[in-house]
Each structure stands twice: as C-alpha cells, then as structure tokens.
Design a protein around this ligand. Sequence first.
Ligand code: GLA
Length: 733
Amino acid sequence: MKLSIIALGLSLLLSQNVLLAEKQHHLVLSTENTSLGITANEGGRSYIQYYGVKIAQEDMQKLFATRSNFTCLSYPTFGIGLGRGIMEALSLQMPDGNMSTDLYIQKVEQSSDKNGKYLELTMIDSVYPVEVKQYFKTYNNTDIITTWTQITNKGKKGIVMNKFASANVPIQRGDNYVCHYHGRWASENYINETPMPNGELVLDEKEGMRTAWYNNPSFMISIDGKPQEENGEVFGGTLIWGGNYKIQMVAENNKFTITAGINNDNSAYTLEAGETFTTPEFAMTYSLQGKGGVSRAFHKWGRKYGLQHGDIERDILLNSWEGVYFNVNQEKMDQMMKDIADLGGELFVMDDGWFGEKYPRNNGTSSLGDWRVNKTKLPLGIKGLTDAAKKHGIKFGIWIEPEMANTISEIYEKHPEWTLQCKNRKQTTGRGKTQIVLDLCNPKVQDYVFSITDKLLTENPEIAYIKWDCNAAMMDYGSTYLPASKQSEVEIRYHIGLRNVLKRIRDKFPDVVIQCCSSGGGRISYGFIPWFDEFWTSDNTDAYQRLYMQWSASQFYPAIAMASHVSASPNHQTSRVTPLKFRFDVAMTGRLGMEMKPEDMTKEELEFSKRAISSYKSIRKIVQMGDLYRLISPYDHKSISALMFANEAKSRLVVFAYNVDYLHSQHVPYVRLSGVDENKNYRIKDLTPWKADQPCFLNGKVISGRVLKYAGLQMKDLLNRPFTSVALELTAE
Ligand code: GLA
C-alpha cells in the first residue's frame, strides 16, 4: 500500500527545480513504545523534531509549538549554510567542482508491508541532478526504527561522494554518557562507559574485514547520568554494515546529534551517471528501562528480523578446534562424533585442517583457497564424515574461510591477480606470513567464493552447518579489477561483493546454519548477521573472561546468536583453571557447545557433562528466545555476577550466578531478580548440581516473586569459593 501525500498544487517547479511554496507535514512514526517525530516541508527541508518515548500525532503539533526553530536536519549536506555544531551526513562534489549540495523535499510518501511501515522523503538538489531518498522504517512488534538513504546521480557525469552517511539523529541533551564496546583478539567487546564531552566523539573501524573487533558498531547513550541496567532513558543504535563505519557524536550547547554511516576515510566513491547508491540501515531504539530495555529491544528485533532462523532452537555441538587443532583425520573425527553423541550433543563441527591436496593444510601457512579434501587425512572424504555422523545420530558441520588464500596455494599460483594488492608494491601477508585476501570487488572472484560453498553443500547435502571464518585484515587497499579512478572504492566494493555472495548462498541454501567467525569475535555485528545464524564470540574460551565478553556482547546481540563453548582446563588461551561446572554454567548462557576432547575427561566429568547438556535442553528455549535481565555486572566487581532469562509469560526463569572476584569474608550482594512477575510464586530447581543427588540448598524451595524481586536470593553459601557458580530454573506454580 502506498499513500502518496504529495501536495500537487505545491509541487510546481521553478526552472531550477526549486519548489515554489512549502507544505508542512508533521509526521509521527511509532513502534510499540517509541516515536520518531519528523517535520518535512515540501519545497523546504526536513527535520527530526523528536525521538523518544511514544507520543501521539497530536503531540507532534504541540511539540512543534514549543520549538523556536527546527533543531536537527534529517540529512544535513555539506558546503552551504551549515551552522556550527552541525555535522554533514552527505558531502558531494559535482562534476563542475562545486562542493556543495542543497537538498529540498520534493515528495513525502508513507507505505507499509508485512514487516512494518515506511516513510520516504524524496529530496532533490536545487540546481544539480541529484536525488536523495531518505527512508525511515518501523519493524512490527518491536521497538526498532531504522533509517537509510538512496543517492542517485540523475545527470550525465560522475559525482564524487566524499561522505554518505546513513543517519543523522538528535539525542536529548542531558548528562549524557556513551557506552561502547572495544576489544581485540581474545578479549573482544569490553564495555567502555564515558561521559559525553562537549565537542566530538567518534567511534569507527578501519580494519576493513574484522570490523567489529576494535570497536563494535553498536552503542548506547544515556540521557541522564551513568546508565543504569533497568532504569533511566537510554538510546541504542547500531549500523547494519559489515565494512568500515564511522559514528560521529557531536555535542554543542543544547544540541547533540549523531551521524552514522559507512566510513568515508580514504573511501571517496564516484556515483556514475544513472547510478544509485544505497547506504546501510542504521537501527535505533529508545528505552525507559535503561540498558536492559535497549538490549531486549535489539534481541527481539534481532531474532525476528536480524539473523537467520531466529525462531529455531540451536543444536548443541562439539567443535574440533581446541581438541585437535590442525590434526584432523577420519579416526579422530569419528571418535569426537561418538563422544558428543554419547553426551547428548546434536552436531559435530570439523574445524580447520581438513583440506589441501598439493599443499596440505597442517598449519596456518598454506592451502586457503584449495577447498578439496586432503585424502591422506580423510581417505573417505566428506562423505566418510557425514556417514559417520549419521551412524552416531548427529549432524555434521564444517569450517571454511572462503574469502582468503595463502601465497602457498594452488589458487594463488593460478590467479595471483584475484587477491587484494597495491599496484607496484609487494603484497602484505597476514597469518602464517602467507595469508592474503581475495578481491571480492571482482565478480569473477565473487563467483569463485560462492562456488566454494555451493560445491561443498551441493556435493554433500548432509552438511547442516558451516563455520565461515575470516582471519585477516584488509592489509592491501588495492584491486587489480577496479580502474585507477575507483581504487578508493575497494573497501566498500569488497563488502558489497561479500553481501552478494552471502545473499546467493542464502537464496540457494536457506536452511543451512552458518556461523560468522572472524578470528573469534571480529564480526559480531548486525552488518553480518543478516546471512548468519550466530557468531563465534571469541577465540578465548576461558569461562571467566567469557563472562565479561558475553556480558558486553549481550548488550546488543541475543543469546541464540552467541556461540559459547566449554573447553579444557587449564584453558588454552589464559591457562586459567576453572571447575567444569563453572565452565558449563557460563557456556549455558549462550548457544551451548564444547571445544575440547571429551575423550580426555574423567568419568565423573563425563557424567556431569551429560546431565548439564540434558538440563540445557530443558531450558534452551528460555535462554535462546527469552528476555535477558542482567542482574549484577562482572564489571562492577561486586564479588559475584548474575543474569537471568525469562519466557514471555514470566512463568519460567533461568538464573545464573558466578563468583567472579573471590576475597575471603567479603560482602556478597543479594541477587534481586528484576524480571520476575511479583504476583507469582516460583519453585526453584538446581539445573547443574555437581553430584546429581546433591543439589544446592535452594533446590525445591518455593519463593514469591515479590521476595525474589525486592529481597533477592542470598547466594553467599553457594558462591563461596573462586569460580563457584549456580544455574537455577524457577517455575511459576
Ligand atoms: C580462527 C577461529 C578459530 C579456528 C581457527 C582455525 O582463529 O577463530 O575458532 O577456527 O581460526 O584456523
């Protein structure tokens, strides 16, 4: 349905496209609990007047009356008339060298489809043949609004886009704090909270490939003081783009705006005659329930609209990496499949090390790009493995890193020009001193990368899961495919190419589960999630450090997408020794898996693992599809950390608590369950007692929601040693 609200009489054009008169539209775009208020003046500009708690259409008029002037242009352009404190979202250089763009609203349209409602503002430049369509979209049954633009060159000569952001949004000025997530390999996504300074604060990524590693493209901004978990007004935003991005926050006087989009640094893009460029969606929400409210809004939207198969429970798997690393062979794989099947697992994933004929993949120095089974290691081929999985009654998955090659590989010998490289310079190499990145700007390379997955899945339809890895930066910014004039477009075109490949894969193989891995958590971003089911949270599987990383990943990304594996102790990355129960209790807050050799476990450990896996199955739906309430943050160093998941009816809850900062005789806070229904009574069950017949003292107790919420659970005796933990299910009676 498209409802055109063009004021015909007003759209008389002057010779240079300037509209004769203005017609004001006060538009309110609402979700369940939020509203975006826009004033669009046909023949004039458009402004975002309001974004926050839900308001009615009539409020918009009143809101308008309280403002002495419009505050935030919906899409400010560079070069003419921008005042202090206003960041441009669009900067174009016209074919005659003119650096300015001057956009007027030509048309205002509203429409809807099965997913939500759209507002489309069509703007044209007063002189030059440029059209910009700005979109705002609400997603049904969520509190998320997205916005993006489409920029079209309607002329005959190329226009250079120097900046082309997706969004320009006002934030209520107050005692603002910015929360963002920063990390590196094996310590992804650490939470940073900082007061918003006067001036500019930039969050960006320039790594090219692992674009959520150093800075995640998601962030929150509180309105009044340090953000709280369940109280206070908090804005949350994320850019749905897998490439380099830039989020600029500008606070001046009473104004505070954010501009978010593709990172334009070294990335000028020439829009050819007739070409349209679509900027990625920027998604946002606004909550009165603090950070928790923002997270739950994104989780709900993420499951429904963001990731693949958000309504299907995930299998419990064993991944071979930390168990055998590159030493893959038929016997070991078979053994691991048997082991995970015996423990109640449902899927086995063979990681790196299975391919390469001329150059066998025995370490990180060779073979990427040569995706043929190494017959010495696996004489029966993939078929031998899928047959073995069938025999053990589980599914089979496989690791690939399709965007890459090594300089020692058959593909590189054949097509050195298919890899990213700068003209006249020696190629930079990454992992193993030989890893290089394929040039996805080139459609032939896109076909090749698509064919890797296509071949694997077509020849082996039993493959149920793919771990898609990416272990390199964009080291060399150059493409042999692109002409000289387009070398600055390499990074953007790479990601457009990658999207094309992923879309083709998804169109052909809608059911396969695909994990997004990138040296661990290098791609934990809604920019990748549309084609994936989950992400590998970190190569660091130390349960203690995972508590911090998972806590921060959970700020935006739902538990169903967070792969979390129980690994060996001492941990391979940190050497930390932790009890198996602790490791399970941590991994059970995401998509549970294992990353070790069950063969090496004791009988008691195996017996416990079997029970823990069976318990996880009983609460999997609540963790993977329920609402998350973070109760005590490990970042607060209050000796313990706790979190909880609740089903929609709040009739079933799962609570996890951990001793994270053990000091003798210290104060241990009560765990108050903020997300319970205070009118219900809940029976407690210990989900993971170390010994089956020795559950914790809370087991079997019936406690009222009011007590759980306001008095809380006393866990002093349970969490009285380093790395003690508890996992409880609470069922309403
Ligand atoms: C990356 C991944 C790991 C593993 C290795 C294999 O580091 O993050 O999980 O798959 O590659 O080489």
